[in-house]
Write a protein that binds this ligand. Sequence first.
Ligand SMILES: [Zn+2]
Length: 102
Amino acid sequence: MIEPASTPEDGQFHSVHVPGPTPSLTWAPLQPSGDRVRVRDYTCYCRPTFYELCQASDQYFIRRTRRREGAALVDECARGRHATTMAVWADLLSQSSGKRRN
Ligand SMILES: [Zn+2]
């Protein structure tokens, strides 16, 4: 096989692909907490940047992971109530369908 391993034609299951970066969102370093984090939804891990919708206790947030030269940079945004974070998450996913606000 000569094809790159991360194309949608590689026969693997792919989730939503979100183009990066996301200038409309404000990202902060990941806040470590004692709560167990559950990943509720996620975008495709095949991309250098992918996103996870996370829940820690009664708080929700979006975690962004950027892979750069073997390192993973992780930060978060939209920490808060379910409705607030879901609105941001929906906005993020909407970028995957080509709807851009330029
Ligand atoms: Zn993919």
